[in-house]
Write a protein that binds this ligand. Structure first.
Ligand SMILES: [Zn+2]
Length: 303
């Protein structure tokens, strides 16, 4: 089952023709998830052919405008196009009243339900789980309460050694339990899971950390993830500005990626003052070799 991350917006506060503000679309085990919804996100969803009525979860990291000013527009379009399926929104408690205030001001209501899940300032833990995936959240260090997210596939069942099972006449009804690691007794015969199955595929994971200053406290939350998106608003010549505004440099992000032993690092939330991400990339590569500066529209498959 595929696990992809599509970058919709890789810029920071000021939109440019090259980078719109933060937003990403994640498909994990057919679950369609939007992370942040900066201005212009719905146009990017259209441009990249993402069926936004299928989005069931929207995760909002914090209430700086470049992370959610596109949300009301998207919710409104979903309504106008006939959505009736509820949508889950996870974010700071104040977001719920902001949505209500905007609706009330326009004497509007949506035909679908918004199921709001407030994430309190210091909360760390699981915010969603079903049979295939889990979504976790954890605090960042930024100017206002901000959260990162980790999306993980649940551990996968063991794989049946089908040829051996057939050869030994293992009853087909036993396969499911054997794959779940159980030994199964049929009459006098004991079929051991370890004899008839092998390790399943490893479960994959993705973490999103934006916005944040350099923060080693979050290492435990993102340890060994396959793919990490970490903001890199600035490069080293503005590291004082990064500290002052509680953002990160590309080298901060690379240090976090290295310490967390992630598979690959994506750098984004690039300040509009930079024409390209070349300096970000060169600085990050001095610390962590598996780094890439993302562009709007990039898609990454986690394998
Ligand atoms: Zn911010």
């Amino acid at each position: 089952m595929s696990f992809t991350v599509r970058i919709l917006g890789s810029g920071s506060a000021i939109p440019t023709s090259r980078r719109i503000p933060s937003s990403q679309h994640v498909m994990c085990c057919s679950r369609s998830i939007l992370i942040d919804c900066g201005e212009g996100a719905q146009l990017q969803l259209r441009k990249f052919g993402i069926k936004f009525q299928r989005i069931n979860h929207i995760l909002i990291s914090h209430l700086h405008g470049d992370h959610y000013f596109g949300l009301m527009g998207l919710l409104s379009t979903m309504h106008l196009l006939g959505r009736v399926v509820p949508i889950n929104i996870y974010g700071p408690p104040k977001l719920e009243s902001i949505i209500q205030t905007i609706l009330e001001a326009g004497e509007s209501r949506f035909a679908y339900e918004i199921v709001f899940h407030a994430i309190n300032d210091d909360f760390s833990g699981k915010i969603f789980e079903d049979e295939k995936i889990e979504i976790h959240t954890f605090p960042m260090i930024h100017k206002i309460p901000t959260h990162g997210f980790r999306i993980v596939e649940k551990s996968k069942p063991r794989k049946l050694l089908a040829d051996l099972a057939k050869k030994d006449d293992v009853p087909v009804e036993c396969y499911h339990r054997l794959k779940n690691g159980e030994d199964v007794k049929v009459g006098e015969i004991l079929y051991r899971s370890s004899d008839y199955t092998e390790q399943g595929d490893p479960s994959k994971s993705y973490a999103y950390c934006s916005d944040t200053m350099y923060n080693e406290q979050m290492l435990k939350e993102i340890q060994n993830v396959d793919l990490l998106y970490h903001e890199a608003t600035f490069v080293e010549h503005l590291k004082d500005r990064a500290k002052e505004t509680k953002h990160s440099t590309a080298m901060d992000a690379a240090n976090i990626a290295k310490k967390a032993k992630v598979g690959k690092l994506l750098l984004g939330h690039i300040s509009a003052r930079y024409d390209s991400g070349d300096i970000h990339l060169n600085e990050a590569l001095t610390i962590f070799s598996q780094a890439q500066v993302v562009e709007d529209g990039d898609i990454f498959e986690i394998e």
